[in-house]
Design a protein around this ligand. Structure first.
Ligand code: ADP
Ligand code: MG
Length: 249
């Protein structure tokens, strides 16, 4: 059984069937890419995994526990962390403070800004956040305002904010969207390093096939809300059904 088991998930928006009988199993410690044309239902599926949407039918098990009906922060506590398409950071706080916030949230079970008042006493959390910044090569920038960072560094910081919570499953929705090639390649390298340095499973939605083929162990192709095929990158590349549905050939 995979760390994530999606069974017969359906989701309608009015007359539109955004997800139709989605079955997906993601094996522990793998990178699983979900690809498909615009409007295929990729983000909808991700939203069903993190509690932002509730499927009409079906089940989602994470580590054997049902996530359906749980609030996003509860699912986060179970060990699922999500990287957003646009980095969600606190621009007025320092890089280090940004990484400390999720540590407080994790410890206290909720996001409470007042916990931040006792920063000076929280040496353990400072040390943890500093180590995390070293891991993503942002330690030298720990004192900078997060808002002043480059796009690539903001992405790196957001990654640190997710990883410091020690997630078992990291969800990434188009992590390289809008990035120039150099930043994209840096992000690929960063994700490879993260993967190699800890026990973590990644589910990645991505348009850029270079990113997908650089990182994924398995690929699921979603078309019109339903998985068309799931296979290794090598097999997906040569699959005529995929080329037709996805590449429009
Ligand atoms: P993808 O991420 O693969 O591009 P989405 O999951 O965002 O696709 O969308 C799947 C389909 O569901 C699209 O047709 C989209 O317009 C529709 N959709 C997504 N979210 C909503 C919503 N909140 N209300 C109505 N329709 C939606
Ligand atoms: Mg999307």
């Amino acid at each position: 059984m995979g760390i994530l088991e999606v069974k017969n998930v359906n989701k309608r928006f009015g007359g539109l069937q955004a997800l139709g009988d989605v079955n997906l199993s993601i094996a522990e410690n793998t990178v699983h890419a979900i690809i498909g044309p615009n409007g295929a239902g990729k983000s909808t599926l991700l939203n069903c995994l993190v509690g932002k949407l509730i499927p009409d039918t079906g089940s989602v098990l994470f580590d054997g526990i049902s996530v359906l009906g749980r609030k996003p922060h509860e699912i986060n506590q179970l060990g699922i962390s999500r990287v957003f398409q646009t980095p969600e950071i606190f621009g007025d706080l320092s890089v280090l403070e940004n990484v400390m916030i999720p540590c407080f949230a994790k410890r206290d079970g909720s996001f409470r800004m007042h916990a931040f008042e006792s920063v000076a006493a929280e040496e353990e959390i400072v040390a943890k956040a500093e180590q995390m910044l070293k891991d993503v090569r942002m330690y030298e920038k720990r004192g900078l305002h997060a808002g002043s960072l480059s796009r690539g560094d903001k992405r790196r910081l957001e990654m640190a904010m997710c990883l410091v919570q020690g997630p078992k499953l990291l969800l990434l929705d188009e992590p390289t969207a809008g990035m120039a090639r150099a930043d994209t390649n840096n992000t690929i390298d960063l994700l490879k390093e993260i993967k190699a340095s800890r026990d973590i499973t990644m589910a990645i939605i991505e348009h850029d096939m270079h990113v997908v083929f650089s990182l994924a162990d398995r690929i699921t192709v979603l078309a019109q809300g339903t998985p068309l095929v799931e296979d290794t990158p090598a097999n997906i590349k040569g699959n005529p059904k995929v080329r037709e549905a996805y590449l429009g050939e």
